[in-house]
Design a protein around this ligand. Structure first.
Ligand code: FDA
Length: 307
């Protein structure tokens, strides 16, 4: 019940100001967003890759309000890629981007987002890695998929995310399950209306399995974005049935969530990629993590009242 309330708060400017300014917030935020600058996260990149994990990096930020902020987002990713170049980790560290941070919701936003994200994809390719386009709320997805298709003409490895809770996703998965495509399947983290999305957990989980089956039986490269132990076991079974080798799909989880499981899957020989977010504009990302697990909210509130 709390999830939708927290998700509504994630879009409120007043709540953003209140929570961002709370003195103890930072300690709780650090669990999910381990730094504010590139310098903060480079040691984490080294540590996780030394442990046999792979990463996808997210410079946090979304729902920007000016073209200058979109340019700043592009530049933040370019600076990150510049740092990664020196580490020579190639596709072991890729980028995840939210197109709303690149200007998608502004006037002329589709073209603006494409113009801002293209140099990031080019720079990533130049250091031997790729970019995945995150999925935001359902109103942004036609534009996201069109940008994905456009980028794939020059950079076929550009990935995208699909969300099991949306009714449209089974058709999207069939379209995307083609040779060379990289598709991350997640349950979905936004507050979506009943006209477009399943509302019950069991319905979302069932849709996840159906879509995963399509991806595993298809020709592309499935990226299983979930911490759900049941879905991870089903993914292994479906991969096996589809005759996929261990390097023909990968698991992905968020930094700070079920970290033991990251290491366990990697030790079993799986490709395991940790979605690692950093930056100062962490509010939206953090609130979605609170909404996913009410216990996180209790922990957050307790840390505030115990100060
Ligand atoms: P579920 O929510 O059922 O959780 C399973 C178990 O995992 C829980 O019981 C708990 O133990 C643990 N867990 C899950 N979330 C937790 C949390 N916040 N804190 C503590 N424990 C938690 N969404 C989206 O709409 N667009 C996107 O682009 C992405 N991108 C993305 C990338 C990656 C790599 C991941 C893993 C997830 C996303 N998501 C996303 C988020 C996704 O839609 C979903 O909200 C979360 O993954 C939670 O769903 P689970 O599949 O983990 O299952």
């Amino acid at each position: 019940m709390l999830g939708p309330v927290i998700l509504a708060a994630s879009r409120s400017d007043r709540m953003r100001r209140l929570i961002s300014a709370a003195p103890v917030t930072k300690q709780v935020v650090d669990r999910f967003i381990p730094g504010e600058t590139v310098a903060d996260v480079v040691p984490i990149v080294k540590d996780l890759t030394d442990k046999g994990l792979e990463l996808t990096m997210d410079v946090v930020g979304e729902d920007i309000t000016s073209p200058e902020q979109a340019t700043a987002a592009r530049d933040a990713y370019l600076a990150l890629i510049d740092h990664l170049a020196g580490l020579q980790l190639g596709e072991r560290v890729e980028m995840s981007v939210k197109l709303s941070m690149f200007g998608q919701a502004l006037e002329g936003g589709h073209e603006l987002a494409l113009a801002n994200v293209r140099p990031v994809v080019e720079a990533a390719a130049a250091i031997g890695t790729t970019v995945t386009l995150d999925a935001e709320d359902h109103t942004t997805l036609d534009s996201m998929f069109a940008i994905h298709e456009e980028l794939r003409k020059d950079f076929p490895g550009t990935g995208c995310v699909i969300q099991a809770y949306l009714f449209r996703t089974e058709a999207d998965a069939r379209r995307l399950a083609e040779s060379g495509s990289r598709v991350r399947l997640v349950k979905g983290a936004y507050k979506e209306p009943a006209e477009v999305a399943y509302q019950q957990k069991h319905e979302i989980d069932k849709a996840y399995v159906r879509i995963l089956k399509t991806l595993m039986e298809g020709e592309g490269y499935p990226m299983i974005g979930s911490h759900d132990p049941r879905l991870i076991a089903i993914a292994q079974e479906l991969a096996h049935k589809a005759g996929r080798k261990l390097d023909e799909y990968e698991f992905q989880m968020l930094y700070g969530i079920r970290s033991d499981e990251h290491l366990r899957l990697a030790a079993e020989g799986h490709r395991m990629r940790v979605y690692t977010a950093y930056g100062t504009d962490w509010y939206g990302y953090f609130m979605r993590r609170l909404a996913e697990k009410p216990a996180n909210l209790r922990f957050f509130v307790r840390s505030m009242v115990s100060k």
